[in-house]
Each structure stands twice: as structure tokens, then as C-alpha cells.
Design a protein. Structure first.
Ligand SMILES: [Fe+2]
Ligand SMILES: [Fe+2]
Length: 297
């Protein structure tokens, strides 16, 4: 399978050139002041809806805090899954040519998991449990199982990067949060590049080995579309609205009711499109999805 080894080589050089002691990378303050936002207001899940203007400044800051904890927690759980997968397959024949890079990748993800978990625990006292809104994508062949793992990792990395990049480059955000988000954005730009090499390679492999390539194409399109739907849903965590103490002032019975209202709000569809459009364009161009309509998810 042809992949761009020059690109993988550049990613390795970049990773190694940037190596620093991860555990000395940040200065961790004892706490984050209650009057400091954790992200800009356009990243809140109320953004675009009339509910946003009904929140006062303190409520918006609390929402920004708990939504950040949600994002960081999603990273912790996502990384656990991908490390588990990579450590199982790293020495298998089909990954022999990228196994060295996979070592670098695992090292970086271990570091990410550490700082996201630490930020959650030190500044908010908890990591949200992982929510399984659907079973893991069921693959009909082993090749497809690998493809789904790399595809969902790639979608997830670009999903989170939209947030990390914005927070990491926004003035007025507490330094430690800005730094964490920025550092993750920088590392993930390499992972996204790697994922964009691996996904088409695994897709070609799955099609070559298929008895019925059209059935595989249909299965992949369906599964990948569901991945986008799943990641959009993960933005809206009922526990966040409860911890931020915002559902009641906004007139909702509980966090779930607020979550459902926001998840399906027409104004949020435009946000989903904006947030995921780069990823959707890539997967469409590679032929993994057909007719992906983000606004309908
Ligand atoms: Fe990461
Ligand atoms: Fe990553």
C-alpha cells in the first residue's frame, strides 16, 4: 500500500525536534479564578440560540468551565481507546512501515491524556465518565475494524482541534488553559496529517479484499456518517448543564431536557456545519461518505 513516507518522516522529525519533558512543559497554577472564562463564548453549546443571551456573565463562565471539562474528559476517554488499539496492533505486519511513528504517536497521546486529566482533576475535581451513545462501530471484516478505528480517531482529532485552536489563540483565557489547548493543537496537526495518510490506505485495502466492494462502500459510508453524528452529540452533555447550574434558570426540567433542546436546535445545525466541514470535505473527497449532510445529523 502506497503511503507518503516522506510525510511520515517529516512528522517524526517534527515530533522529535519538539521533544521536551512533558511533565515540565506547563506551569500549573493552584486554581483557576471563578471569574475567568475557559473558552470564548462562540464555543459554548448555547451559542447561536436565544438561550445564550439569557445567561449572565457568571453563568456563561460556569458553562465554559464545565464544557471545557467535558472536552478534556472526551479526550481522556478517546485517548484510552486509541492507545489500547495501537498497542494491540503496533507490531502487526500491516503496520510494520509505520510502527516507529506509532511509538511517537503513543508517547504524545500519553502526554495529552496526562495533562487533560490533570486539568480536570486539579481545577474541577472530576473527569466526566465516558458516555456510550451507540455501540462501537461494528465492522464486518478485520480490515474495516482498523479503518473505523483510524477514521473515528481522525474525525475526533479534527473535532477537538477546532476547539483547541480557538482557545489556544484567544486572548483573555487563563494562561494554563491557553497553553494546554495550544500545545494540543500543535501536536494534533501532525496526528491529523498521519491519519489522512492511513485512512485512504486502509480503505483501499478493505475494498481490495472485499467480495462485494459496493456493499463495503455502502457500509463505510453509513458507519462514517454515524461517527459524525456521534461526535456532534458528544458536545452536549446533560451533566455539564447541571454542574454549570444553568438548566433551571433557562427553564428546563433537567440537564437532559436542555441537552435535547440544544442538540436539535436549528441554529446549532449551522454551528455543526462550520465545526465539521473540513473533516466532512476530506471524507467526501476520499470517497468514504456520499451525500454527507452535516445539517441533517
Ligand atoms: Fe491528543
Ligand atoms: Fe492525536
Amino acid at each position: 500500500m502506497e503511503i507518503d513516507y516522506a510525510r511520515i518522516g517529516r512528522l517524526m522529525t517534527l515530533s522529535k525536534g519538539r521533544s521536551h519533558d512533558p511533565y515540565e512543559r506547563f506551569e500549573w497554577p493552584a486554581r483557576i479564578p471563578d471569574d475567568q472564562p475557559w473558552c470564548s463564548n462562540d464555543l459554548l453549546t448555547t451559542y447561536g440560540t436565544p438561550l445564550q443571551a439569557q445567561l449572565d456573565a457568571a453563568q456563561q463562565i460556569r458553562l465554559s468551565k464545565w464544557e471545557a471539562v467535558n472536552f478534556f474528559s472526551l479526550n481522556v476517554h478517546g485517548i484510552k481507546g486509541v492507545l489500547n488499539f495501537v498497542s494491540r496492533c503496533i507490531y502487526e505486519e500491516r503496520y510494520a512501515d509505520v510502527s516507529e511513528y506509532l511509538h511517537v504517536f503513543m508517547g504524545e497521546e500519553n502526554f495529552h491524556m496526562w495533562y487533560f486529566a490533570k486539568a480536570c482533576l486539579d481545577y474541577a475535581g472530576k473527569i466526566y465518565p465516558s458516555i456510550q451513545l451507540q455501540g462501537d462501530a461494528q465492522a464486518s471484516t478485520p480490515e474495516l475494524g482498523d479503518l473505523y478505528m483510524f477514521a473515528s480517531t481522525l474525525i475526533f482529532e479534527e473535532f477537538v482541534d477546532y476547539y483547541n485552536h480557538k482557545v489556544g489563540t484567544t486572548d483573555g483565557i487563563t494562561e494554563i488553559l491557553k497553553q494546554i489547548n495550544y500545545q494540543h493543537h500543535v501536536d494534533e496537526s501532525r496526528h491529523v496529517s498521519f491519519g489522512r495518510e492511513m485512512v485512504p490506505r486502509l480503505y483501499r485495502l478493505a475494498l481490495e479484499r472485499a467480495d462485494d466492494p459496493d456493499a463495503i462502500r455502502a457500509e463505510v459510508s453509513h458507519t462514517v456518517t454515524n461517527m459524525f453524528r456521534y461526535f456532534i452529540s458528544l458536545m452536549y452533555n446533560p451533566a455539564v448543564y447541571a454542574d454549570a447550574q444553568v438548566y433551571e434558570p433557562l427553564g428546563f426540567r433537567n440537564g437532559n431536557a436542555m441537552r435535547n433542546a440544544l442538540r436539535s436546535h436549528p441554529a446549532r445545525k449551522a454551528v455543526h456545519e462550520q465545526w465539521f466541514k473540513r473533516s466532512a470535505a476530506y471524507f467526501t473527497k476520499q470517497g468514504l461518505v456520499t451525500d454527507l449532510n452535516l445539517a441533517a445529523l
